[in-house]
Design a protein around this ligand. Structure first.
Ligand code: NAD
Length: 307
């Protein structure tokens, strides 16, 4: 059977698969849609990250495809419905990068509460902003989680170690789960009104798209820090910058964007002295999680084909 890998997978995991499969690795195919469409019919297994758009057009040509391994968790680059209807198994690396994202969120929230981007900018320019820029603690702050799934639970547990108070908005979970984690479930407006830090851990759906828009920012009463490590379009980026300019929020950390790589048109609108941290969709990508994710998908392929 033939495997096509279109994005980075750890060498050791690729080697592990080589004993049972004929493997092609071609990372150019993650962006060369036409070429991928042309050759996909030759493969039984496709392994991707989030760059390769496995849409209906690709899948209609994937006549031998039985398994898609996703080296990560979000499945919004794969037409799940088509796969379900055509008996193609889709396997995300559930949980394998959750710790990395949780650490990213805590790191970013601490840095933004402490105004580190502004402190760094001023100090490295030769200024000495010891009193002109203030710093805050996470201790005692209200940490608002939007979504209380796998990653949010880990973020909540870490934030608790800093003695933050955790509240979460997730109408789809059983309240007993929140009780078990000693987290208060609240409605969305309570997150906006009470949280000092708001971290988003939702899937991108028609309901969550644009959920954090200007109307939402206007409801925020504590000038919170906003962190998005989930999916870009959940925050309206123009409204986010407007909210910062109007001091409705006091900082933002973005790892994901409406368009990736993030376009200059957005970056040009961020003023120099903005308390923000931008990262290139790497919250879940660490040396350790790369190994876990690749191992997990390699093992899933072998298990699926009973090897
Ligand atoms: N930046 C990165 O590198 C990176 C890495 C891993 C995951 N992610 C993203 O992080 C997000 C969370 O991942 P996860 O593994 O915790 O997912 P998860 O499925 O475990 O949790 C998502 C939670 O959101 C809740 N939810 C769904 N729709 C909702 C709505 N409309 N309102 C409120 N709650 C809603 C669900 O009930 C669920 O509990 C996903 O978007 C995923 O793609 C990003």
């Amino acid at each position: 059977m033939k495997i096509l890998i279109t994005e980075f997978m750890e060498d050791k995991s690729v080697e592990m698969l080589k004993s049972n499969f004929d493997i092609t690795v071609d990372t150019n195919l993650s962006v060369n849609h036409n070429q991928l469409k042309k050759i996909i019919s030759n493969f039984d297994i496709l392994i991707v990250r989030n760059k390769t758009q496995v849409n209906k057009e690709i899948l209609e040509n994937a006549t031998s495809l039985k398994f898609i391994g996703r080296l990560g968790v979000g499945l919004d680059n794969i037409d799940i419905e088509y796969c379900k209807n055509n008996n193609i198994h889709v396997q995300p690396a559930t949980g394998m990068n959750a710790e990395s994202v949780a650490e990213y969120v805590i790191n970013t929230s601490l840095s933004l509460l402490k105004n580190v981007p502004l402190m760094h900018q001023e100090t490295s320019r030769g200024n000495w902003p010891r009193t002109s820029i203030s710093s805050r603690e996470l201790k005692g702050k209200v940490f608002g989680l939007m979504g209380f799934g796998l990653i949010a639970k880990k973020v909540g547990a870490l934030a608790k170690m800093f003695n933050a108070q955790i509240i979460a908005y997730d109408p789809f979970i059983d309240p007993s789960i929140a009780d078990e984690f000693n987290v208060k479930l609240v409605d969305i407006n309570e997150i906006f009104e009470k949280a000092d830090v708001i971290s988003i851990h939702l899937p991108l759906t028609s309901t969550t798209k644009n959920l954090l828009n200007y109307e939402a920012f206007k409801k925020m009463q504590k000038q919170p820090i906003i962190i998005n490590s989930s999916r870009g379009s959940i925050i309206n980026e123009d409204d986010l910058l407007k909210a910062y300019d109007e001091k409705l929020i006091s900082g933002f950390g973005l790892d994901v964007y409406e368009t990736e790589p993030v376009p200059k048109s957005f970056l040009n609108n961020i003023k120099d002295n903005t308390n923000c941290i931008l990262t290139p969709h790497v919250a879940g990508v660490t040396e350790e999680s790369n190994i876990r994710v690749s191992d997990f998908i390699a093992n899933s392929v072998r298990e699926f084909f009973k090897l």
